[in-house]
Ligand binder design. Sequence first.
Ligand code: C2E
Ligand code: MG
Ligand code: MG
Ligand code: MG
Length: 297
Amino acid sequence: QAKDAGRGVHRLFERDREDHLQRIDLLQREFLQAMARDELVLHYQPKVDMSTGEIWGVEVLVRWLRQGELRMPAGFIEAVEQRAPLIRQLGRHMLEAAASQIDHWLGTGRRWYVSVNIGAQHLLDPAFIEDVDEVLARHPAAAAWLQIEVTEQAALRDLESTRRALAACRARGLAVALDDYGTGHASLTYLQELPANQIKLDQRFVGRLLVEPRALAIIAGTLTSARLLDLDVVAEGVESVEQGELLLQLGCQVAQGYLISHPLPADALTAWADAWLPPPQWTGGEKSVWFTHEDLP
Ligand code: C2E
Ligand code: MG
Ligand code: MG
Ligand code: MG
């Protein structure tokens, strides 16, 4: 009888699994339609140099307007990344959008890097660099201001192909950031092997910086390696002035996070940038009095 019950449970799991696969399949088909119907909405989030308050660049992040509701990538990007043609089409769409946005911003005197997230499957696709070239042929001036952000997922699958794809990007003048840095397994190997210009400290570490000695240690160590390897470091997920202040003291100049701005539509981001004033603690206008080294965890 116990065995029968076991089989019942097994059948149930099997059905769950089928339901799950069907849901993913449906999501993938709907996403393909959404791209065709131009239902993707792009938001831009600034990366600022805390020491000057200047805008270094912006990251473009995809949202999906689905039945009147704005869906965040957490709800669909994994399903999209499982299908090579889908993630490739999304990547091409985002690269094209970023390059035209760069042209537009350059035309109004805004020299901002625009960063696009590239999924591992797309980066490893031999056609990836053709996609880049196609976009650059239409927007030659954008090459110097376009950045791609990649996670170590691609490198985990195929380090040599990842290295080659990134080198091809660099050869065309693009900048390369290693996203979500510190969350993976062999991060230091990748730092040494991959031709990146920038590391993005994952928000998990940044969020714990002020309360967890381990997070502080990882960030301080990463900053030391980055300095030696001549890489810029961006802190993701900066939500308080104090986090930014400590990051600056540790040698991390560029920050991105809700404290500075949430991701916004391009026009709203431009208006935000015109009005933006950095916290005085960052730019040295006013020294913080509360922070002492004894306060460090
Ligand atoms: P990511 O590239 O690491 O992007 C950072 C995510 O953190 C964004 O979420 C951003 O809105 C969020 N974030 C920014 N500042 C803060 C903060 O201060 N606090 C907190 N808690 N979160 C903050 P989003 O837009 O939901 O994107 C999630 C992930 O989806 C991205 O992580 C990226 O991996 C992926 N993604 C987004 N757009 C694209 C795309 O066009 N293509 C691909 N392949 N992936 C994308
Ligand atoms: Mg990113
Ligand atoms: Mg990230
Ligand atoms: Mg992240």
